[in-house]
Design a protein around this ligand. Sequence first.
Ligand SMILES: C[S@@+](CC[C@H](N)C(=O)[O-])C[C@H]1O[C@@H](n2cnc3c(N)ncnc32)[C@H](O)[C@@H]1O
Length: 414
Amino acid sequence: MNYTKRFDQIVAKIKEHQEMWNGEIITLYPDRLDIFNQEWVKELSLLTDEQLWQVDCFQNTEFLNEGSFKTWLNELNELCELPKYEYGELEKLPDFAFNKVKGKKRHEILVLAKLLKQVQAENDFSHLVDIGGGVGHLSRVMAHYKSIECISLDINKDFQTIGEKRLHKYTKPEDHKNVTFITHDFTYDLKEEQTRDIFTDKSFSLGLHTCGPLALKHIDVATVNKTLGFINFGCCYNKLNPQTDCNISQYSKNHGLTLTDYAFTLACRGHSSMDYNAFKLKRRVKDFRYAIHIFFYKYFGIKEVVAVGDSEPREYWGKFSDYLIGKCEKLGMKNEYSAQFIDDFFEDAKMQEYLKELFLCNVIRWQYGRSLELYLLIDRCLYLQERGFSPLLLEFFDPSLSPRNIGILLTRHS
Ligand SMILES: C[S@@+](CC[C@H](N)C(=O)[O-])C[C@H]1O[C@@H](n2cnc3c(N)ncnc32)[C@H](O)[C@@H]1O
């Protein structure tokens, strides 16, 4: 894949609507919502809820009319297409190997097991370093069933204690290898001698869903120490620092765009497929979130966005007044409006119509998620290329099982 070309194409495509994805619907309220194409909003308003769910969560354009919205969305989807790692049939392991491991994680581990054996056949690495390895399911399976010596590094000692116990719970195959746990905050360098011992030129490292800047640290440590290679899957882009963790390549610095925290949060949604009930809940959450902002704006005179925090799903299906009054209490805000007044405000037909319109704007904005994620990942590939490496950006997992499935693979033979 030509990363520079794809990067330029993505930039050209998303640049014109920068304000849309760099802001949030409520930050654009009330004056800037006209940046959303009204024709597109109208077209979405004619869809059934199920069809809207299909557009929102699966970029499905089959219910859209031939016209500018459909063309725009199809073009955006095309830009987000990536080559896939063809893993073929996956091996079956004894059931106890995956006891208490969820289906998504099982799938990821089995795909990576296949990949790592292929990498090992070509690169013969001595051990695998699992960055942010958590309880160490992946390392355990690789060591016990794939005979790969593993080091699982994580900041969380509690996870690792569970993982250590688990190592001894079931019988291991005769040719098994070991897992060593290291508790460490990888934001900081390991001791020099530890780095030397772990990130050797015979080691291969893996970061599966490395949160925010942890992915960048992984990439740097693996390359600076001239290891045999790595595979990295990013996640939690909202934890990135817009000043230091984005546009890390010189090319992006010169030709890229400025991304805000809101854009990073949107990038996290890039691959999230959700079922219809989850979609309905999302809509209800948005309605409450937008309505509380408008209420604060109108009746409390608060113009900036107040971080009200998440609530339990059942609270969103309750009365809006309970939600608002509860938030005010939590935030120490004085509320003099009655529950009846607050509920009338929310249930007013015009307000409901307006909330629907805001949600439809959000559906349009949401479509940028995947392209923003790709923007960040291609930037990382460009950064590696500028240092003389040849990274591969591929979709590794079945998206219906593991939607956050894009990895950067680097091997001496990649
Ligand atoms: C999203 S989880 C992924 C866990 C595992 N790799 C998986 O895919 O199931 C991220 C992991 O990274 C660990 N982590 C987060 N920040 C870290 C840091 N600065 N240093 C080391 N580990 C960290 C967390 O404790 C957590 O186990």
